[in-house]
Design a protein around this ligand. Structure first.
Ligand code: SF4
Length: 413
């Protein structure tokens, strides 16, 4: 069995754990942000509704800022206040409400899981983190822990990006924070730290600290309620004169949680030496030709053709202007010809490549793709018979376009 990590990377003193919990919760009670899902979690007497309300917020908050989520969350809960209401919604409605929030499969999976709770679990939310993770599709370890602790008071820890940062700083963990070995240690630590009398508040407090005080670039250590428990802060204060023995010593051997010997503590970075991550793979570059096809609608207002993307993969089921992924380094003439051929398939009539007007390029960064849309437009005279054998398509006015389930990237286009 691997040797346990040195005690200095752990919370092994019960008195310190108790003090840290008290300081963190007192700060949270004073400073916590007023957020709609917190109000619902605190006031909703129905346990299934409460679990559902927290679940929706946790899914929306994955990879999305709190400020962006609030409005989406309020609209979602107004439209589908219960699991049963969400289970009856169409995917199209879900995509429309989700449009602009990004990572669209989250909304789809949430709705599929709601259907499952209604049809297979009689509408009853699982009450423990273990069951939530096991029974609900799309609910991973973090989301399960968050729902169980916040909605049902289960004393179970959570580890998300904010918690990783805070814990790595509190305990000077400088090994790659995305490695399974470090992540496992952080989960152990979160489970040790969580306050059994207020687990939901404790978990939210730790995340809140990471979001508002122990932020990535310029943490506000002077205002931090747990600075007296923070090894990174001590290290910053004392620097190398005199060395802090318990932290310094650890770097000598091959400690699995210390920074690698090749990348030691950099005093110019202070506490932001932690956490450290292995370099991310750069996003893949993609080019896509897209054409805004415009016609005069029956009332004279312009209308635009949008088509639906396949039901799986990137931006599944969303609507977009007819688009075609391009090979890299294609010449402009060839790009036009390929796009013209693609449009011909939609319109059932020849499209002259030189009739396509080049508008410009739009860059949109997805998490793993650096996408460049090469945008053309084409004005059509007369009607076009759309081929029903192809993917669904429809003509929309500008207002209808914005109300449709279209991605932020297409709105930029
Ligand atoms: Fe983060 Fe600074 Fe607080 Fe340590 S003292 S937990 S680095 S904000």
């Amino acid at each position: 069995a691997p040797a346990p990590p040195p005690a200095r990377h752990l919370f092994s003193d019960p008195a310190e754990v108790e003090a840290l919990r008290g300081n963190l919760l007192a700060w949270y009670d004073r400073c916590k942000r007023d957020l709609p899902w917190r109000a619902l979690a605190a006031m909703e007497p129905d346990a299934d509704r409460r679990g559902y309300a927290v679940w929706v917020s946790e899914i929306m908050l994955q990879q999305t800022q709190v400020a962006t989520v609030i409005d989406y969350y309020n609209r979602w809960m107004q439209k589908w206040p219960t699991l049963q209401a969400l289970a009856q919604a169409s995917l199209e409605e879900v995509n429309e409400l989700w449009a602009g929030l990004g990572y669209y499969s989250r909304g789809k999976r949430l709705q599929e899981a709601a259907k499952k709770v209604v049809s297979e679990l009689s509408g009853r939310m699982p009450r423990t983190a273990e069951d939530l993770q096991k029974l609900l599709p799309g609910v991973g370890r973090y989301t399960a822990g968050a729902i169980a602790s916040i909605s049902y008071g289960q004393a179970t820890g959570v580890v998300d990006g904010n918690v990783i940062r805070v814990l790595c700083r509190l305990r000077c963990i400088g090994a790659d924070s995305s490695s399974p070995a470090v992540i496992d240690r952080l989960w152990d630590m979160a489970n040790v730290l969580v306050d059994s009398s207020r687990p939901g508040d404790f978990n939210q407090a730790l995340m809140e600290l990471g979001a508002t005080v122990c932020v990535p670039k310029a943490p506000l250590c002077g205002e931090c309620p747990v600075k007296q428990h923070c090894q990174a802060w001590r290290r910053k204060l004392f620097g190398n004169r005199p060395p802090v023995p318990d932290v310094e010593d650890c770097c000598v051997g091959d400690c699995p949680l210390c920074p690698p010997a090749t990348e030691p503590w950099d005093s110019s970075l202070g506490v932001t030496n932690f956490p450290r991550k292995a370099a991310k793979k750069p996003p893949r570059a993609m080019r896509t030709a897209t054409c805004v096809l415009e016609r005069r609608g029956c009332h004279g207002a312009p209308e635009y053709l949008i088509v639906q993307r396949p039901s799986s993969g990137l931006l599944a089921g969303l609507w977009e202007f007819p688009s075609l992924p391009l090979a890299q380094d294609l010449q402009e003439k060839k790009e036009r010809e390929e796009l013209a051929d693609h449009l011909q398939a939609w319109m059932g009539q020849p499209v002259a490549a030189k009739g396509l007007q080049f508008i410009g390029e739009v860059i949109h960064i997805f998490s793993h793709i650096h996408q460049t849309y090469v945008v053309y437009s084409l004005h059509l005279d007369g009607d076009v018979a759309l081929d029903p054998a192809l993917s669904p398509s429809r003509w929309v006015t500008k207002d209808e376009f914005y109300a449709s389930a279209v991605s932020t990237a297409m709105k930029k286009v």
